[in-house]
Design a protein around this ligand. Structure first.
Ligand code: GNR
Ligand code: NI
Length: 167
């Protein structure tokens, strides 16, 4: 297993649209293992492949406190979305920024696991929000793009300042 480098917003590669996985091979299993290690080490509760510069529809999520409930979603599709939730979100690609985003409270998702077996998952609360956040990444969308232009401008300025300080 390996820890992968996480792209930071604003990076044009975060806006690529991920392609569906067509081959469920050893390379996919290695990608999933490396993404899980990267997410747990960060630490984060989710990671989309596009964040490690792989434009494929692969997501790992674990919202459990014990960090022992990994969910792998390949080629996910939302079948149903109901209710409203606004949970404060963060993103490993946008460090230090936390903002409320409007999301569905419950989602029913169809996806494949790393072996190519289809399954459906009904999620609510933080898991549902995290899945929606990760599925946005697969479309090239970062959570801050749900915010007003003014807030996005402020976030870009704050990140640029962080970067200057660390340089
Ligand atoms: O670690 C993460 N925390 C989080 C908190 C609230 C809503 C979504 C998330 S996902 C984020 C990890 C990440 O950037 N995934 O893309
Ligand atoms: Ni994210």
């Amino acid at each position: 297993m390996a820890r992968l480098n996480i792209l930071r917003y604003p990076d044009a590669r975060l806006h690529k649209v991920a392609a569906p996985v067509t081959v469920f091979d050893e390379g996919l299993k290695r990608l999933v293992a490396d993404m899980a290690e990267t997410m747990y080490t960060a630490p984060g509760i989710g990671l989309a492949a596009i964040q490690v510069d792989v434009a494929k529809q692969v997501i790992v999520v674990d919202v459990s406190e014990r960090r022992d409930s990994l969910v792998v979603l390949v080629n996910p599709e939302i079948l149903e979305a109901t209710g409203n939730s606004d949970i404060e979100e963060g993103c490993l690609s946008v460090p230090g920024i936390y903002e409320l985003v409007e999301r569905a409270e419950r989602v029913k998702v169809r996806a494949y696991d790393r072996n190519g077996n289809a399954f459906t998952l009904e999620a609510q609360g933080l898991l549902a929000v995290c899945i929606q956040h990760e599925m946005d990444h697969l479309k090239g969308k970062v959570f801050v793009e749900h915010l007003s232009q003014l807030k996005q401008q402020r976030i870009r300025a704050k990140l640029a300042k962080q970067l200057r300080k660390s340089a």
